[in-house]
Design a protein around this ligand. Structure first.
Ligand code: ATP
Ligand code: BTN
Length: 319
């Protein structure tokens, strides 16, 4: 499938005969493979009599060699999959096998992309970024405190560099433009957080997605915001550089050093919100975050701090 996609990836017409020659199969076998490709990836292919086949829309495929050559400071091992259930799940499996770390796992599509609390992350073929970085963490809880919030800052930095000026954060793990979700972060841990453990930093970013009938909340993408299609390899490279810088600074200074920066980028700073925790709803005003990434809320006369994976923040409309 990769060879066929890479041939068509230039956006030009290719005759069935030419494609058959490269693949070493007959013209009718090419047609069958193209049909299979459309089913597996959802990519639309146009067939024009006398000219051949062409992709209905250009795509940006991940390029392993380019990614390895353009890692900047990061220098991590990289694995690229065409289809995987979830890059986070695969990274966890590889960690369990004892592969060398850090390891970056990328995929063209996920069949079971996951968000927080078992929610589904919509992951169409070659449109967005499905990025999981597996790391070994030594030095106990301090190295994990505020980590998922810090990852959000790295994503926002990359987005601004690539022309998405208005991106901001929503506690704890969302990257939004206005009310629309552009990216999400999901950290998964194995081992003993108080001693040596492994963390998988999962990042999903809508890059070139233009439409979706599957995402059930308001969303946007880099291409929709910047008005141009993006090279997904560039997005990976710039994200890795930003992430490597933030991770290094975090391991030296802890999240406390990033509190102000995080609050400056928090779209809901000082806003009235409802915090949902299972069946409970707490109304308050966002004051910011504490030194370990907990949410600080003014609730009545009190200042209260909240943390944990089961919490969801909603904006309250002011009357
Ligand atoms: P919170 O619970 O913090 O309010 P949330 O509602 O965004 O945030 P998350 O668990 O963080 O929930 O994210 C998963 C949700 O994101 C899914 O339930 C779905 O509504 C939405 N979603 C799934 N895929 C995408 C995507 N590609 N782009 C934007 N949003 C998506
Ligand atoms: C969220 O907002 O709920 C987090 C979404 C995280 C999605 C990314 S895509 C890459 C990695 N693999 C997954 O299965 N999930 C994360």
């Amino acid at each position: 499938m990769q060879t066929l996609l890479r041939l068509l990836g230039d956006g030009a017409f290719h005759s069935g005969e030419d494609l058959g020659q490269v693949l070493g199969v007959s013209r009718s076998a090419v047609w069958k493979k193209l049909q299979q490709l459309q089913v597996e990836t959802g990519i639309e292919i146009h067939k024009v009599r006398g000219r051949g086949y062409r992709l209905a829309k250009p795509i940006s495929l991940l390029n392993m060699k380019w990614l390895n050559d353009n890692q900047g400071v990061a220098g991590w091992d990289i694995r690229v999959y065409e289809t995987i259930d979830s890059t986070n799940a695969e990274a966890m499996r590889l960690v369990a096998q004892g592969v060398s770390l850090p390891l970056l796992v990328l995929a063209e599509q996920q069949t079971a992309g996951r968000g927080r609390r078992g929610r589904k992350w919509v992951s169409p073929f070659a449109q967005n970024l499905y990025y999981s970085l597996a790391l070994r963490v030594e030095g106990g809880m301090r190295q994990l405190e505020g980590l998922s919030l810090l990852v959000g800052l790295a994503v926002v930095k990359m987005l601004r560099e690539m022309g998405v000026e208005d991106a901001g954060l929503k506690w704890p793990n969302d990257i939004l433009v206005g009310r629309q979700k552009l990216a999400g972060v999901l950290l998964e841990l194995t081992g003993d957080p108080a001693d040596v453990c492994h963390v998988v930093v999962g990042i999903g970013i809508n890059v070139n997605m233009q439409s979706s009938d599957q995402v059930d909340q308001s969303w946007t993408s880099m291409a929709l915001e910047a008005g141009v299609g993006m090279d997904r390899n560039q997005v990976v490279a710039r994200l890795s550089v930003a992430l490597a810088e933030y991770l290094e600074a975090h391991s030296e200074k802890g999240f406390g050093a990033f509190r102000d920066e995080w609050e400056r980028n928090h779209l809901w700073q000082n806003k009235p919100v409802t915090l949902l925790s299972g069946p409970n709803a707490i109304e308050g005003t966002v004051l910011g975050v504490d030194a370990v990434g907990g949410l600080r809320l003014r609730v009545g006369e009190d200042v209260r701090v909240f943390s944990g994976g089961e919490l969801s923040l909603r904006l309250r409309e002011q009357s």
